[in-house]
Design a binder for this molecule. Structure first.
Ligand code: KG4
Ligand code: ZN
Length: 393
């Protein structure tokens, strides 16, 4: 892992007396992953005078994730009540496992960071209430973390990326381009006006009778298909408006599938390949606009970067398209390891550390109520229909 460049005295305010290392326990329960993690960041020796920026290395001491995919598979999507109940059953054990894997006890942890939104409210309540109970019983500070901030800051944990940079978040719950300029300094430049991209993959899979979760199965089928057989629309391509839209493409897929039903295996493969190629094209067009805007807004940025996050970032065709686009535009392409791109608690613990480090943590979040909707950027105009099930990002 590359070191993280941070400057200045760390952990001021309430954290005067901590020792040279800070460890944060992160908890994530916003959708269908129950996750806990301990992340550590070294501090300078107590009382040391910091004269110049130092290289510090964050370390993920543990990263335990329990996916509920099997519980929801029969329903073709996440069922909120099932998710909440599964979190209740699993969370204590997952936290214990995260502490054990990290080789620490609660006494070694300096703060608890829990996802407080956005997401499915049942899961959020389970995670945040558990965090409140642990923090209150152990006398530790509690930080309520925005799940999207976790995604937004992950590339600093994994790649030591410096601000500002662009984030493309493509998951089952969100499709956004966010300009990340500092801890707490986010601007959403684009979002979907209807379906999230992962949701579009899942719906296309469902109409082709491919199993849930659809994305990986669509990708596998597409590998054997002809991407030119169906001329599906490239939503928003060329539009001056920056946003995404996938519902028209999904409808076009449905119409094509209905028109040639019953579908052979080759038909399914060709539809998947043509759909994936339309998605990659549409994404490239939208992202290209954002890269241009970033160049204009930050003309002096030496090595601008595009970070991808979210489950859809696992898709190889999409990844290759984005890599090519970045290379053509002089952008570095940063794709954190898959396990840290999708929902996890290391990113939540890390967001807690970043907030502490920037003196921007409310370490007394005991009265914080879970927020099923909680935009990263409170300034950008909300887009109707962009929140889907108000679920995970
Ligand atoms: O980030 P994630 O694990 O969970 C959230 O939604 O937060 O993303 C899951 C989504 C699902 O919609 C899934 O179908 C999609 O990511 N996905 C993919 C691929 N792997 C997962 N979509 C396209 N291609 C893939 N290989
Ligand atoms: Zn997420």
């Amino acid at each position: 892992m590359i070191g993280l460049l941070l400057s200045g005295k760390m952990f001021r305010g309430n954290f005067e007396d901590r020792d040279e290392v800070i460890r944060v326990l992160g908890i994530e329960t916003s959708c269908d992953e129950t996750a806990a993690s301990v992340v550590m960041l070294e501090d300078a020796p107590a009382g040391a005078e910091i004269l110049s920026p130092r290289i510090l290395s964050p370390q993920i001491l543990s990263n335990v994730i329990l996916s509920q995919v099997e519980e929801h598979a029969a329903f073709g999507g996440v069922v909120p009540e099932i998710a909440a109940r599964a979190h209740v059953e699993a969370l204590d054990g997952i936290i214990e496992a995260a502490l054990a894997d990290a080789g620490v006890t609660l006494a070694d942890v300096d703060a608890i960071a829990a996802t407080a939104g956005p997401g499915l409210v049942g899961g959020l309540i389970v995670g945040l209430m558990t965090a409140k109970a642990i923090a209150s019983a152990s006398g530790k500070p509690l930080i309520a973390v925005n799940h999207l901030e976790g995604h937004a800051l992950t590339a600093r944990l994994t790649d030591g990326l410096e601000f500002p940079y662009l984030l493309l978040l493509v998951s089952g719950g969100h499709t956004q381009i966010v300009r990340v300029a500092g801890v707490g300094d986010y601007r959403r430049w684009a979002t979907t006006i209807d379906d999230a991209l992962g949701e579009a993959f899942d719906k296309v899979a469902k109409m082709l009778a491919l199993p849930y979760p659809g994305g990986p199965n669509v990708e596998t089928a597409a590998a054997k298909g002809d991407p030119t057989r169906f001329a599906f629309p490239r939503p928003m391509k060329g539009s001056a408006q920056p946003d995404f839209s996938f519902s028209g493409l999904k409808t076009a897929v449905r119409q094509a599938a209905t028109a040639i039903a019953p579908l052979s295996e080759q038909d399914v493969a060709d539809i998947c390949a043509s759909f994936q190629s339309a998605v990659a094209d549409a994404l490239a067009d939208r992202v290209a606009r954002a890269l241009l805007r970033f160049r204009t807004d930050y003309p002096d940025k030496a090595e601008p970067a595009l970070v991808v996050a979210g489950g859809v970032a696992a898709n190889r065709a999409i990844r290759e398209t984005l890599e090519r686009l970045c290379a053509e535009n002089g952008f570095r392409f940063v794709a954190p390891p898959h396990r840290l791109c999708t929902d996890n608690a290391a990113m939540i613990a890390w967001a807690g550390i970043e907030r502490l480090n920037a003196d921007m943590a409310d370490t007394d979040a005991f009265d914080f109520a879970p927020r099923s909707r909680w935009p990263l950027d409170e300034v950008s105009t909300p887009v109707v229909g962009s929140g889907r099930r108000g679920a995970k990002a």
